[in-house]
Design a protein around this ligand. Structure first.
Ligand code: G1P
Length: 295
């Protein structure tokens, strides 16, 4: 089982302005919890013991969220609000948090390179801080990918999902060698046009890597935006004869992308509707609103 995970959260989140002007996009709420809390709970459920956040300027709120706050606990007890203490149970996850900074925005590949001293020589998970996997059940995709890495002696395993042709240009897209839920990947393209996409299988923001990925990142030259992409580094793994595997998400673990407003709005409503306490009332209210619109 892989013990270390890297969660890159340095991105500026400009696609979600103005909400992200002075707060990290990873701290935007989806129903009751900030997005990044879902990611951390998923990783903890997959057996991860240490999480390194690769942060940047203005991301302090993430660090504060996962820190213990004894004053808040004391206040809740003293004022008889014990029920609210349950809302802070995530503070007791069996996970250690570490933080490092990517001072200059040089792309996702460069952010992962910041984690090299942390992971040392062991395989590690990468989970993007703006994607939630699964609604009702906590996804175990990272644990399953770790097994595939070992079983196939691969250098990387990438989680993917089928996406409509119009949406492929928002994501990295893989070229599978075979059909099936687990397959070898021969090539990858970052944000292709629908015509150039090698398949409809898009990268969902969960990866498992052997440390050889760092060598690939170091060998890459920055692109025209002066960024070093992670997809390009994985592509170089394929080109240099390393085994790269893909794994499809299961139907019970849909992927929620919070990186743009249409998807963020839909995700919020879906999670709010699934809230056991407040969901039923929202459902009624929404039905009323939609019926009134039709009249
Ligand atoms: C990044 C990756 C992309 C992946 C996506 C998943 O893109 O580069 O390959 O499909 O995350 O969310 P970004 O959303 O940072 O532009």
């Amino acid at each position: 089982m892989i013990k270390n995970a890297v969660v890159p959260v340095a991105g500026l989140g400009t696609r979600l302005l103005p909400a992200t002007k002075s707060q990290p996009k990873e701290m935007l709420p989806v129903a009751k919890k900030p997005i990044v809390q879902y990611v951390v709970e998923e990783l903890a459920g997959s057996g991860v013991q240490e999480i390194l956040f690769v942060t940047g300027r203005g991301k302090d709120a993430i660090e504060n969220h996962f820190d213990h706050d004894p004053n808040l606990l004391a206040l809740l007890s003293a004022t008889g609000k014990e029920d609210l203490i349950d809302e802070l149970a995530f503070e007791n996850l069996n996970t250690r948090f570490l933080y490092t900074r990517q001072s200059v925005q040089r792309g996702l590949g460069d952010a992962i390179l910041c984690a090299e001293p942390f992971v040392a020589h062991a395989p590690f998970i990468v989970a993007l801080g703006d994607s939630i996997i699964g609604l009702q059940e906590r996804s175990t995709v990272c644990a399953r990918m770790s097994e595939v890495l070992e079983r196939h002696q691969a250098a990387a395993v990438i989680a993917v999902e089928p996406t409509s042709r119009e949406q492929v240009s928002l994501y990295g897209v893989v070229k599978p060698e075979t059909d099936g839920d687990i397959f070898a990947i021969s090539d990858l393209v970052e944000k292709p046009t629908p015509e150039d996409a090698p398949s409809n299988l898009t990268i969902v923001g969960r990866y498992v890597f052997e440390p050889v990925i760092f060598d690939m990142i170091r060998r890459l030259k920055p692109d025209r935006h002066l960024e070093i992409g992670l997809t390009e580094a994985i592509r170089m793994l394929c080109e240099t004869g390393h085994r790269v595997m893909g794994m499809k998400l299961q139907p019970c673990e849909p992927r929620y992308d919070i990186g743009n407003y249409p998807s963020y709005f839909e995700t919020f409503v879906e999670f709010a509707l699934a809230d056991p306490k407040y969901g039923p009332r929202l459902r009624e209210r929404l039905a009323g609103m939609l019926a009134a619109e039709e009249d």
